[in-house]
Design a protein around this ligand. Structure first.
Ligand SMILES: [Zn+2]
Length: 323
């Protein structure tokens, strides 16, 4: 019930927020479909980034389709064949891509490989067990946290790299790409300010989530992520029990889970602590709006006021909009 109410409220709010983040650019007349640059990316949020910057001049295809899990994904032979039409592959160094990159390159040796992680210092993959020394870090450079698309600050760096890649392929439209980049950066800055505002008064800054994809997000906004998954696996019964005790002690009432991953452990914890489970999507293709919604979910869950404060925001927004 609470869950359903929440979804309705999110929809209400999102419908009411003017779509400032989705302004379409006034780029010159786009070229016809056949002239468009074919760009391949690994995950859906990257499609959003490349389309924002290449608006009108690119066709973007994604390796990992919506709903699939990008850590263990295996490209189909047709997908590798389709790479022959791509002018560039925008890398993000997520697990499947690291495993397949040689085959990806071999499928089209002429394709420009753009590493969008360049200039970004990735951190070791977070685990709630590292801090207590029950499990050791994997060696440096081995198990680095790939979820750099969930930090608006790091997405700015990725946007600049994508821009440079597009200009390299298509210098003729450099001015359009630059204008699109500037608009995108402005939207990211606005999103970042919104998230800070949404989360500034939140008292309890700890949250539990199944898959530890939100480490950079937590770092940027002063939150603490407690992941359920351990080294990519479901936790053992003992690990689950430890988490339940921790959650009770910290007075955590909501457990996040992601649609691409198992919900069983999150459900178990939620039940044991007398709380609820909420889904947050780390791979939504509607990146900007999704992160804004996620920050609303965090604000609601982490603040004591709970659902009532969100209703208050919804009603306030409705009032502002209609007056
Ligand atoms: Zn992940």
């Amino acid at each position: 019930m609470v869950n359903r109410l929440y979804v309705v409220m999110v929809m209400l709010i999102c419908g009411m927020i003017p779509l400032v983040g989705c302004r379409q650019s006034s780029t010159p007349t786009p070229t016809s479909k056949s002239d468009k640059l074919q760009i391949m990316v690994s995950i859906p949020p990257q499609k959003y980034f490349v389309e924002r910057i290449g608006n009108g001049y690119v066709t973007v295809n994604v390796m990992v389709p919506p709903g699939a899990e990008p850590h263990t994904f295996e490209p189909k032979p047709e997908q590798l064949k389709a790479l022959s039409r791509a002018k560039a592959y925008m890398r993000i160094r997520i697990d499947f891509e690291e495993a397949w990159i040689d085959k990806i390159k071999a499928a089209n040796p002429k394709m420009l490989i753009v590493d969008t992680t360049q200039g970004i210092k990735r951190l070791p993959m977070p685990s709630s067990y590292q801090e207590v020394g029950e499990r050791l870090h994997a060696g440096e450079g081995e198990n680095l946290d790939p979820h750099i698309w969930l930090s608006p600050q790091l997405v700015k760096a990725q946007a600049h790299t994508i821009y440079a890649g597009l200009v390299k392929l298509d210098a003729k439209h450099q001015r359009a790409y630059q204008a699109n980049l500037e608009r995108f950066i402005a939207d990211i800055n606005e999103l970042d300010a919104d998230i800070r505002k949404n989360l500034q008064d939140v008292k309890n800054r700890k949250f539990i989530v199944f898959h530890p994809g939100w480490g950079y997000f937590a770092r940027d906004y002063g939150l603490e992520m407690i992941p359920i998954e351990v080294g990519g696996q479901e936790p053992s019964a003992a690990e689950l029990a430890t988490l339940i005790t921790k959650a009770k002690k910290q007075n955590i009432k909501v457990v996040f889970a992601e649609p691409q991953f198992s919900k069983q452990a999150a459900q178990t914890i939620a039940k044991e602590i007398g709380g609820e489970m909420l889904l947050i999507d780390p791979l939504s293709p509607d990146w900007l709006n999704n992160l804004r919604q996620v920050s609303h979910a965090f604000a609601r869950v982490l603040s004591q006021g709970g659902a009532f404060s969100l209703w208050a925001i919804a009603i306030l927004k409705l009032t502002l909009q209609t007056t």
